[in-house]
Design a binder for this molecule. Structure first.
Ligand SMILES: Nc1ncnc2c1ncn2[C@@H]1O[C@H](COP(=O)(O)OP(=O)(O)O)[C@@H](O)[C@H]1O
Ligand SMILES: O=P(O)(O)OC[C@H](O)CO
Length: 496
């Protein structure tokens, strides 16, 4: 058995390869960014060949820089940007179109047609998802509609569809297996999360031949071994796969019903483990599959905030108010409050609980006394307000009290934000000692399949906390601040 697990974290803007040891500690890592294509306003695409190239390149970097031999790797775990859709030729391996990224709105028309035909409720019931261009189903249809002859080739079994996990496993195994895991399947809008199978009615509705869909497997099992000609001369088990937000839930060891994590990256994604029961939301949360493990599926409720860390990037690149994301903390702390300023960063609409794709960003409460510091502080605070919107919805729909939130992602290094978050939620916010919880989750899933990690209890014992933030703010003040936010969101939604 090798001494390390290699996790591949294929994200929206970059690909990372991280080697973990038996304690879950990072031994070595490499990262590579790739190109974003914006062919038209609101469209976002990636080149799948470039993604594959970035995967090979980061693997080569970790191996050469760490001086390790491929034989020292026990297994590979994959985690991925979710929903992003690739369709490729089964024989040549060539994608027939760019990957359509989760953020892309190019399938809005397809979605609107489904809404007009009153399919929203059917889709929500079967898949647990909101009818939105975010998910893969409409993206597959778009590719089949727009690439000449594609639908016919797909019906003949010549084309394959996959989310990025599926595509990478296919490439790493040199086309030996066409699989995905339950968590990724649950983001396609084609998968019945109750019956745990691809849904014929939904595939018919979107005119997607079922021949092109991958086989759905557990998130932790050996799918295939790497092909020696592709993978540095060695056959290594590919033993785990799950979507990145589900992997973060796993990496945070949120194994029990009622445990929740929030990841503060480009967006914010909060997931609550709901155990073996899918909880239907009436308020805009997604019901999703957290993972499939040991023959069983665990469900989660998910709340999505589309703009979080990217609002801080906007302060840096668009507003040019800060030079580095970290500066936002220093500026925010220079003032005692925002002086009544609210920034609603609805740059691409609002996700949970509003699902309003037409609303746009807005700023309220400006006075002659407003300074840059107030503006920056209000933008940072917006991450916490949006998270509170999500958490309240979760508590309502799950009928559970969330009294602890585990957090990860780039923006958790902002201590002001984390303290404000704890104040606003009036619960403890626990920062994990592990920075790369997403990749760690993928490593755990792979290692559990091969015996590298013994059990979930073993994994749980490895979880360590860096810091706990406890609420300090008076309840009345918190309520006043949050009421102001609700008014700001309501006002922003009037301006369309
Ligand atoms: N100190 C900070 N304060 C606020 N936001 C930050 C800070 N450091 C990083 N960020 C934000 O975190 C995001 C990067 O986090 P990361 O987890 O790497 O995101 P992703 O995986 O979505 O690319 C960026 O959007 C950045 O603006
Ligand atoms: O690649 P990230 O970290 O921005 O995550 C994207 C999510 O998986 C989208 O659902």
């Amino acid at each position: 058995m090798g001494k390390f697990i290699l996790a591949i974290d294929q994200g929206t803007t970059s690909t990372r390869a991280i080697l973990f040891d038996r304690q879950g500690k990072i031994v070595h890592s490499a990262q590579r960014e790739f190109k974003q294509f914006f062919p038209q306003p609101g469209w976002v695409e990636h080149n799948p060949n470039e993604i594959w190239g970035s995967v090979l390149s980061v693997i080569a970097s970790v191996l050469t820089e760490s001086g390790l031999q491929p034989q020292e790797i026990d297994s590979i775990g994959i985690t991925n940007q979710r929903e992003t859709t690739v369709v490729w030729d089964k024989n040549t391996g060539q994608p027939i179109y760019n990957a359509i990224v989760w953020q892309s709105r190019q399938t809005q028309e397809i979605v609107e047609a489904l809404r007009k035909n009153e399919k929203e409720e059917l889709i929500r019931k079967k898949t647990g998802l909101q009818l939105d261009p975010y998910f893969s189903g409409s993206k597959v249809k778009w590719i089949l509609d727009h690439v000449e002859g594609a639908r016919e080739r797909a019906s003949k079994g010549e084309l394959l569809f996959g989310t990025i996990d599926s595509y990478l496993i296919w490439k790493l195994s040199d086309g030996a297996v066409h699989v995905t895991d339950y968590s990724n399947a649950s983001r396609t809008m084609l998968f019945n999360i109750h019956e745990l199978k691809w849904d014929e009615e939904l595939c018919d509705l979107l005119e997607i031949p079922m021949e092109m869909l991958p086989e759905v497997r557990m998130s932790s099992e050996i799918y295939a071994t790497t092909d020696a000609s592709v993978f540095f001369g060695t056959e290594i088990p590919i033993a785990g796969a799950a979507g990145d937000q589900q992997c973060a839930l796993f990496g945070q060891a949120c194994f029990h019903e009622g445990m929740a994590k929030n990841t503060y990256g480009t967006g914010c994604f909060m997931l609550l483990n709901t155990g073996d029961k899918p909880v239907q939301s009436d308020n805009g949360l997604l019901t999703t599959i957290a993972w499939g493990l040991d023959g069983k599926v665990t469900y989660a409720l998910e709340g999505s905030v589309f703009v979080a860390g990217s609002a801080i990037q906007w302060l840096r690149d668009g507003m040019r108010m800060i030079q580095k994301a970290e500066d936002s903390e220093r500026y925010a702390q220079k003032v005692a409050s925002t002086d009544g300023v609210y920034v609603v960063p609805a740059f691409v609409g609002l996700g949970t609980p509003y699902w309003d794709s037409d609303v746009r960003g807005a700023v309220f409460g400006l006075t002659r006394g407003t300074e840059k510091e107030h503006f920056i502080r209000a933008t940072v605070e917006a991450l916490a307000y949006q998270t509170k919107d999500v958490l309240l919805t979760m508590e309502k729909d799950s009928k559970m009290d969330i009294d602890l939130l585990r957090v990860d992602g780039g923006a958790v290094s902002n201590a002001f934000l984390m303290q404000f978050q704890s104040d606003l939620l009036q619960i403890e916010v626990e920062q994990s000692a592990y920075l790369e919880t997403t990749a760690l989750g993928a490593a755990y899933l792979a290692g559990l399949a091969t015996g590298f990690f013994e059990s979930c209890e073993h994994v749980e014992s490895l979880w360590a906390k860096e810091k706990t933030y406890s609420p300090k703010m008076a309840i009345e003040k918190r309520d006043d601040l949050y009421n102001g936010w609700k008014k700001a969101v309501a006002a922003a939604r009037l301006f369309k």
